[in-house]
Design a protein around this ligand. Structure first.
Ligand code: C2E
Ligand code: MG
Ligand code: MG
Ligand code: MG
Length: 287
């Protein structure tokens, strides 16, 4: 896990110095300490949202962005894979998730008001928000408060999040759809029964998991899987996005095989909200 954390820290880029709290490796007392700090992070204003653009493969235009949570703790920047599982286990994810939802909608409303939208923004949900939280009421409240048109909010779920309680999850997702928000299946292909289960969930798009992208130009099996996901998605009338695009070769493969949208370090890394707004402003001027 420490290796994983180091790997992600390196991955996150040069300008972005990362620290990994020793607490994580320090057993129960350390976890409690980390948990206490995590519990105070919302009120202390230590969370930030970064945005990673999504691009239309054919036009190259920005079609949306994914909000990704960053914790600027006094010990330094902490990446979500370090603290989301802990937040999920303890239920803290409900208040953190609400902060993420509200902040993303406020940002997006501001961009709309500044004339640099409309741009759909997606927010990652966690399992507990679907299973235990009243997520539809929460989303309705945030949309009413911010006045953001519902279709400019997209929620990303994963198969591992919705499959264990498929019936309940599907019902919650229907309520979300009734509000007008869009839904997307993230990390697609990694769940064990993806294909047969997919039709139960009212999603409008699929995000191909980046593990398949990694070897798409070198491993024929990965290439076959990616092609199969693209045609499955299209046959179900879904938009298909590839995440984790890191090279021109991967982009070319996806283009040749009809993928709709791209997201990945090759095109743009996650960035602070102000920088994403700048990017949108340029695109609006270029139009
Ligand atoms: P995800 O939703 O699948 O998000 C994509 C992750 O892949 C992000 O990592 C992003 O920075 C990274 N990524 C994007 N392009 C590339 C690329 O070309 N190469 C590589 N190697 N990585 C790329 P990040 O921001 O560290 O987030 C990790 C995970 O944490 C997310 O996976 C999501 O499951 C979770 N997460 C992030 N923010 C939130 C949040 O607000 N709420 C919840 N519940 N989960 C979140
Ligand atoms: Mg996601
Ligand atoms: Mg993903
Ligand atoms: Mg993920």
């Amino acid at each position: 896990n420490a290796d994983m954390a180091m790997y992600r820290a390196k991955e996150a880029g040069r300008n972005n110095v990362q620290y990994y709290t020793a607490e994580l490796q320090a057993g129960i007392a350390g976890r409690l300490e980390l948990l206490t700090r995590l519990g105070q992070a919302v009120e202390r204003g230590e969370f930030r949202l970064h945005y990673q653009p999504k691009f239309d493969l054919r036009s190259g235009r920005i079609t949306g962005a994914e909000a990704l949570l960053r914790w600027e703790s006094p010990q330094g920047m902490v990446m979500p894979e370090t603290f989301i599982p802990l937040a999920e286990e303890t239920g803290l994810i409900l208040s953190i998730g609400h902060w993420v939802m509200r902040t993303a909608c406020l940002h997006n409303r501001a961009w709309l008001d500044a004339g640099i939208g409309p741009i759909p923004v997606s927010v990652n949900l966690s399992r507990r928000q679907i299973v235990h939280g009243d997520i539809a009421a929460g989303v309705a409240g945030v949309l009413a408060e911010t006045g953001l048109p519902a279709e400019l909010l997209e929620l990303e779920v994963t198969e591992s999040m919705v499959l264990p309680d498929a019936e309940q999850a599907a019902a919650v997702m229907q309520r979300l759809r009734a509000l007008g928000v869009r839904l997307s299946m993230d990390d697609f292909g990694t769940g064990y029964s993806s294909l047969s289960q997919l039709k139960r969930f009212p999603v409008q798009s699929l995000k191909i998991d980046r593990s398949f992208l990694r070897e798409v130009t070198t491993d024929p099996d990965s290439a076959a899987i990616v092609k199969a996901i693209i045609s499955l998605g299209h046959n179900l009338d879904l938009r298909v996005l590839a995440e984790g695009v890191e090279t021109a070769e991967q982009q070319a493969f996806l283009g040749a095989n009809g993928c709709d949208e791209l997201q990945g370090f090759y095109l743009a890394r996650p960035m602070p909200a102000e920088r994403f707004a700048e990017l949108l402003r340029h695109q609006a001027l270029a139009a």
